[in-house]
Design a protein around this ligand. Structure first.
Ligand SMILES: *[C@@H]1O[C@H](CO)[C@@H](O)[C@H](O)[C@H]1NC(C)=O
Ligand SMILES: *[C@@H]1O[C@H](CO)[C@@H](O)[C@H](O)[C@H]1NC(C)=O
Ligand SMILES: *[C@@H]1O[C@H](CO)[C@@H](O)[C@H](O)[C@H]1NC(C)=O
Length: 370
């Protein structure tokens, strides 16, 4: 592993970081964990809140003194942004907004940021400021200050902004992503991050930077090479039920996305699975499945790099309003161009499997979550 610039070679940056930390203690209970081999490892285990099994959110501080924001930790995008005081959209007014005039370390830029997500859009300007997460401070981190958040999608979102953790190739041109800054400023000792997503409970979820806390999984971590360095994209061998391949015949692509609640596949494949499960489509994207016999319903098995990852009915279904009626957590991608898009293994999958995102080796690790 080659580091672009080491903090050990940059005393000025290190002093700035120390000074900043002394004046601005960590925003939220965070702990540094140590492995036996490396006692001085720089790692952070940072608590996330599980918002109704839909999204996982943590609090970061931006600026001097830090202004706090809830951000969604999203491996399906790369940029960091928060609403700004320049944004009159309801989605901004209903959330915390960054005021650059109240930060002594803010730097303006002439760059703009324009992002389109599967749900929601934003546009704004790019600024630079110190971004604090637990006891780590990314100095002069590029981030978006939204000036417009059209539509209603972000209106009632349980987060102010988004912190993207996908590859730099997806970042707004000319900006260094947050995780790359952590690595380049020598704030973390390993070029990895990992997620443990709790099931149902609000507390207990964790994102870890700079190392893997092995207490969050059982058995082995299985490594899978990244096939395309944009999203965290990998090759999948097949999808099966009861030992029969039901989708992804002969292989397909998939991505791991903490920012997606459900499990998405191509329409034809999800339809096929739903019909095997005797599903009833009740509206565009709402499918009910009889589930009085949930305990004997087959697992959905995702075979990746020759390892089987089972998703039981208790994970691919959620309770509906009526007795014996469950709602499917499997969904399909709407637009035609999505048909060639990879499967999206969202939180439904990632709650079952602890996930490691290894930028140093361009691979993903999966293991059975505790
Ligand atoms: C930011 O959050 C921390 C705790 O999470 C709190 O101590 C601090 O007062 C907050 N700062 C502001 C400006 O709200
Ligand atoms: C940043 O620059 C833009 C134009 O480049 C300007 O409209 C805006 O007021 C500036 N913001 C601050 C906080 O200086
Ligand atoms: C993995 O799943 C496939 C399809 O369900 C099955 O044929 C195969 O035996 C399983 N392999 C292991 C090692 O369990």
């Amino acid at each position: 592993l080659r580091r672009v610039r080491s903090m050990r070679e940059n005393p000025l940056l290190r002093d700035l970081q120390r000074e900043f930390m002394n004046e601005n203690p960590p925003t939220e209970a965070a702990r540094i964990f140590y492995s036996n081999e490396e006692n001085n490892a720089q790692r952070l285990s940072f608590p996330l809140r599980n918002c109704l099994n839909m999204i996982y959110v943590g609090t970061i501080g931006i600026g001097t003194p830090p202004q706090n924001f809830s951000v969604a930790f999203d491996t399906g995008s790369t940029d960091l942004w928060v609403p700004s005081i320049y944004c009159p959209s309801p989605a901004c007014v209903n959330h915390r907004r960054f005021n650059p005039r109240l930060s002594s370390s803010f730097l303006n830029s002439s760059r703009t940021m324009k992002l389109v997500y599967s749900t929601g859009r934003m546009s704004g300007i790019v600024g630079y400021d110190n971004v604090q997460i637990g006891n780590l401070v990314a100095m002069s981190q590029a981030f978006g200050l939204s000036t417009l958040e059209p539509g209603t999608e972000f209106n009632r979102a349980p987060f102010d902004g988004i912190l993207g953790l996908a590859y730099p190739s997806l970042a707004t041109e000319g900006t260094t992503p947050f995780f790359d800054t952590l690595w380049q400023q020598d704030l973390i000792s390993e070029n990895v991050f990992a997620f443990y997503l709790s099931r149902g409970m609000k507390e207990g979820s964790t994102v870890m930077f700079g190392g893997v806390d092995h207490s969050y999984y059982t058995g082995e971590l299985h490594w899978i090479p990244v096939t395309r360095r944009q999203f965290w994209q990998i090759s999948m061998d097949s999808v099966s039920m009861n030992g029969k391949v039901v989708a992804c015949h002969g292989g397909c692509q998939a991505m791991l996305d903490t920012g997606t609640s459900l499990l998405f596949g191509p329409q034809r494949d999800i339809r096929n699975i739903h019909s095997i499960l005797q599903a009833q489509q009740i509206s565009a994207h709402r499918v009910t499945i009889p589930c009085d016999n949930k305990n004997i319903m087959p697992d959905l098995v995702f075979t990746i790099n020759r390892v089987n990852y089972s998703v039981p009915a208790s994970a691919y279904l959620r309770p509906g309003n009526r007795w014996n009626s469950c709602i499917s957590n499997l969904d399909w991608m709407e637009l035609a161009w999505y048909q060639k898009e990879p499967w999206n293994l969202g939180d439904v999958f990632l709650r079952l499997y602890f996930s490691v995102f290894d930028r140093g080796n361009n691979r993903v690790g999966l293991a059975t979550a505790v």
